[in-house]
Design a binder for this molecule. Structure first.
Ligand code: F6P
Length: 536
């Protein structure tokens, strides 16, 4: 069984060697690439060698990834701190049967999916209307998992839109809801309140604002609201008829929820058929994750590469760089998926972690990022493992030449990161420009790229609903495997609670009802200055 020390000792030995030297062995590219369905995952441009891969697989085996994976798929309560099963995979495998607390949960999942499809068809066909006729716009009000998934997916599948326009409001900043509603006609707008708990302060505040906006023009505003939630009593109290409430069980985590009712806005935009194609793509990734041996298993490999770079080599962040404009929201989505899931300092039994928790995840689509932060990735002192995603083809046949340029940039970046440019090469370039002596040396040093900076590439034919579903499921399972190896509970999020509690307690300090006794000096001084600036 591999120990953390085994992995870290090997990483210490090899992490500074030149990755390009590994390619002196002929078939490195093939040996460090894995394929499944429409995906090819190339992790050859990293410092992972056979020994590292064996150690990493040993770590996954020792952590019981296979048994925990089966426990998850079969409905065991693996979210131990909340006493819940983790079954988002059931939302995309509609023909299955999964028993939780002695009952098959699938008939209800299927019934809700059918109701969603029926409602989506009715809206799209103009059978369900607003006071002013056919629904032209849908506003999804939600935050975190009740926003990021559907917002990302709606942008990702833009070429498939043939339904109403979809808009997303998440921030409690009144500017967000104001700016979204400003251009819309309440009489032809459907508002979806998406909240698993139906208590989240941001969402409920924005929902109340939207209801007042609707009520100014529409006689029965509740009739143009739908709710996506586990809390049927609260949706009824808000005034939304049960026929437009789409419920789900507590075993769907917020950040894993876009596959069910929380995906309603996407279903309205693209229609049930394309929505189901996305589910099918995710289900295909689920099947691969469940069946493929670790050395060929894409989610497992993605996780092992992550563990290698973070806990093995000490790289604290990773950049997700989609060369796919329609995946612009993927990095933000992954920030919640990865950091809310694996940003934990204690293991399942409450003991301190002996290694670092999950990494800081960030990114932007290429090529935009190239003109912003790639400077640091190429020449900064910290090493940032990069994860590139790219499609062989775009959706715009007339712009195929632009797509080729996009791909060329993607491949060029991973090549440049690995290869770098030596002082010798930089000196030759600057000498050709006529520089000599000390100035030549100084200028050349600025033009050196250290290289040997790791990256992976996920290649797929085209961003179809199936492929998109597969990408998201791939990352979900990657996070799961990393969490199991770290020994943590990836499915709770206690770390978001304290700030929520303190925000509620601060409201009376900000509006002057309380002086803030017990608050620290900084918080009291800031609150006092804010009251003064607001003329209170
Ligand atoms: O930020 C905490 C969190 O609970 C997330 O996990 C969740 O996605 C988000 O808030 C929204 O919660 P809800 O869907 O219950 O409004």
């Amino acid at each position: 069984m591999t120990t953390w020390t085994d992995l870290q000792d090997h990483a210490a030995k090899v992490k500074s060697r030149r990755i390009s030297e590994l390619f002196e062995k002929d078939n490195r590219a093939a040996e460090f690439t894995a394929e499944s369905g429409q995906f090819l995952f190339d992790y050859s441009k990293t410092n992972i060698d056979e020994t590292a891969r064996d150690l990493l697989i040993g770590l996954a085996e020792g952590a019981g990834v296979a048994a925990k994976r089966e426990a998850m798929f079969s409905g065991a309560k693996i979210n131990e701190t909340e006493g819940r099963a983790v079954l988002h995979t059931a939302l995309r495998n509609l023909n299955g049967s999964v028993i939780v607390d002695g009952e098959d949960v699938m008939p209800e999942v299927r019934a809700t999916h059918a109701r969603m499809a029926e409602f989506a068809q009715a809206v799209r066909a103009g059978r369900y209307t607003g006071q002013g006729g056919r629904i032209t716009d849908v506003v999804n009000i939600g935050i975190g998992g009740s926003d990021l998934g559907p917002a990302m997916a709606t942008l990702a599948l833009a070429p498939y839109h043939d339904g109403p326009r979809c808009h997303f409001v998440s921030n409690v900043d009144g500017a967000h809801v104001h700016d979204v509603l400003k251009g819309l006609d309440p009489a032809t707008t459907l508002v979806i309140v998406a909240s698993k708990t139906f208590t989240t302060i941001e969402t409920m505040t924005n929902a109340a604002t939207a209801k007042a906006w609707m009520a100014a023009e529409v006689a029965d505003p509740g009739a143009q609201f739908a709710a996506l939630s586990t809390a049927a009593d609260l949706t009824a109290a808000f005034g939304i008829d049960a026929s437009r409430v789409f419920g789900f069980a507590d075993w769907v985590g917020g950040r894993y929820s876009m596959w069910g009712p929380i995906g309603l806005s996407l279903m309205l935009a693209v229609g049930p058929e394309d929505f189901d194609a996305m589910l099918a793509g995710a289900a295909a990734m689920d099947a691969h994750f469940r069946e493929a041996p670790f050395a060929e298993n894409l989610p497992v490999l993605l996780a092992l590469v992550g563990i290698w770079h973070n806990q093995g080599c000490g790289r604290a962040t990773r950049a997700v760089l989609p060369y796919d404009q329609r995946l612009a929201r993927l990095p933000a989505y992954l920030q919640q998926l990865e950091m809310e899931s694996n940003g934990k300092r204690v293991s399942m039994d409450g003991a301190d972690l002996v290694v670092d928790s999950g990494p800081v995840v960030w990114g932007e689509p290429g090529t935009n990022g190239q003109h912003a932060f790639y400077q640091l990735i190429h020449q900064g002192t910290r090493i940032v493992p990069c994860e590139f995603l790219v499609a062989a083809e775009g959706h715009e046949p007339d712009l195929a030449h632009q797509h080729l340029l996009l791909i060329a940039n993607c491949l060029a970046q991973s090549e440049a990161l690995m290869r770098g440019r030596s002082l010798e090469e930089a000196t030759a370039i600057m000498a050709k420009k006529g520089l000599t002596g000390a100035e030549l040396e100084r200028q050349a040093r600025h033009r050196v790229f250290p290289g040997s900076r790791p990256s992976t590439t996920l290649l797929y034919p085209k961003l179809t609903p199936e492929v998109f579903g597969g990408i998201v499921a791939l990352y979900e399972h990657r996070v799961f495997v990393e969490g199991v190896i770290l020994g943590i509970n990836s499915f709770d999020q206690w770390g978001v609670e304290l700030g929520k509690e303190l925000a509620l307690a601060l409201a009376p300090v900000l509006d002057g009802r309380s002086e803030g006794a017990g608050k620290d000096g900084s918080t009291r001084a800031l609150a006092a200055r804010i009251r003064a600036l607001r003329g209170m």
